[in-house]
Design a protein around this ligand. Structure first.
Ligand SMILES: *Cc1c(COP(=O)(O)O)cnc(C)c1O
Length: 399
């Protein structure tokens, strides 16, 4: 994800030939704006942590874990080093290891599959549906004795159809583990991101809806036993200092990150509401283009409160459109351009182009438009104008 805090003052005038236009670029996400909102709260607390000498775990981390568990409607929150570790630790906590398989969707960030491999297990990739969510029918076809878990990804900021997945796995004992890296604050039928899971893993990478000032992540679960196992593995296999009951790893949350996360968490509802209003505004601005068949608007599953980590439309000739938008100073991007089964790093799994037609088609059409707390109506109007111009340029070239 591009992190671009560009400001008008750092932008020089563009000579268009007839007149001088001063238009600051519109980034994909603006983390500087977020910092400005919390700076007054965070800076004294950062100094307090510095003078306390407690930098790893400790009371600040425990306080954040309590806050985030409550916010998400889960019993436990275990702060860890990043979202990829949160997934891996969840697999390890459930005893998933060599010889086991875990089902993941083709249209996700590589980390979903990477964490399965890091735990020693084998990812089984399945296609998604038109709503960009893991396809329950494909999950059903892939269930066999080696499958220990399935990982729906709450992609772009809305929850997957959890009821359908739980029904699909039935009484098989297969665990449902959510990859909730993009969905802090999302809900489905009034329930939080850990709903109907053994655990949900999330990421506080700076560009996520709730982002730290560096890497951080967490696991949410209602299972007391699993929570303490994950906590132990993440802390060198130890519950008690210098007593190591198993080989774990070092994946802990820093107190300085917890300070930032607590301050941002207090504003997350408001910031997610801002994203939601921005998404509605894009829907209004773009609907004339959608009606003319020039693009497809994102869909929201019934029962979902979407938190719009990304606002993703579908267009033909996407690569050209994204390039034209970037050249016009609009931080459009693609999440993600390559489905994971076609990533070179996963070649040994033996998948090929054509294996997952829905994900492959989506990857060629998806286009993420700038959305973040702090984006203004006029910025969105400009994004729309730039997109419209790019779409028309394409039509002209064709005729
Ligand atoms: C960001 C992200 C991750 C990984 O989180 P990190 O904190 O970067 O390790 C995993 N899955 C998805 C869907 C993500 O967007």
């Amino acid at each position: 994800m591009t992190t671009n805090g560009a400001r008008a003052s750092r932008w020089t005038a563009e000579d268009t030939g007839q007149s001088i236009r001063v238009e600051p670029p519109i980034p994909l996400v603006d983390l500087v704006w977020q910092h400005e909102q919390i700076a007054a709260d965070v800076i004294p607390e950062v100094f307090q942590v510095m003078s306390s000498g407690a930098f790893v775990l400790g009371s600040t981390v425990a306080a954040f874990e309590r806050d985030f568990a409550d916010f998400s409607g889960s019993r436990h929150c275990i702060g860890v080093a990043n979202g990829t570790d949160a997934l891996e630790l969840t697999f390890r906590g459930l005893g998933i290891a060599s010889g086991d398989a875990v089902i993941v969707p083709a249209n996700t960030f590589i980390a979903t599959a990477e964490a399965v491999l890091r735990a020693g297990a084998r990812p089984v990739i399945v296609d998604c549906n038109e709503h960009t969510m893991i396809d329950a029918a494909r999950v059903a076809e892939s269930l066999d004795h080696s499958v220990r878990a399935v990982v729906p990804v709450h992609l772009y900021g809305q929850m997957a159809d959890m009821e359908q997945l739980v029904e699909t796995v039935g009484e098989s004992g297969v665990a449902v583990i959510a990859d909730a890296a993009q969905a802090q604050g999302a809900s489905r039928r009034g329930e939080g991101i850990g709903w109907l899971t053994a655990a949900a893993a999330t990421s506080f990478y700076p560009g996520k809806n709730l982002g730290a000032y560096g890497d951080a992540g967490a696991v949410l679960t209602d299972d007391d036993e699993l929570a303490s196992r994950i906590r132990r593995i993440a802390n060198h296999g130890s519950d008690l200092k210098y007593v190591h009951t198993e080989i774990g790893c070092n994946s802990r949350l820093d107190a300085l990150q917890a300070v930032v996360l607590r301050a941002k968490l207090q504003r997350l509802r408001e910031w997610n509401n801002h994203r939601r209003r921005a998404a509605s505004r894009y829907n209004e601005l773009l609907s004339p283009l959608a009606e003319r068949g020039l693009l497809q608007l994102p869909t929201v599953l019934t029962g979902n409160v979407h938190v719009w980590h990304l606002y993703v439309v579908r267009v033909r000739d996407r690569d050209r459109i994204v390039q034209a938008m970037q050249e016009a100073g609009v931080g459009a991007a693609v999440h993600y351009p390559t489905p994971i089964h076609l990533q070179p790093a996963l070649r040994s799994l033996g998948y090929r182009a054509g294996d997952f037609p829905v994900a492959e088609k989506l990857c060629s059409e998806i286009l993420s438009l700038p959305i973040y707390p702090g984006i203004t109506e006029s910025m969105q109007e400009r994004v729309t104008a730039v997109l419209e111009r790019a779409l028309h340029a394409r039509t002209k070239d064709r005729s």
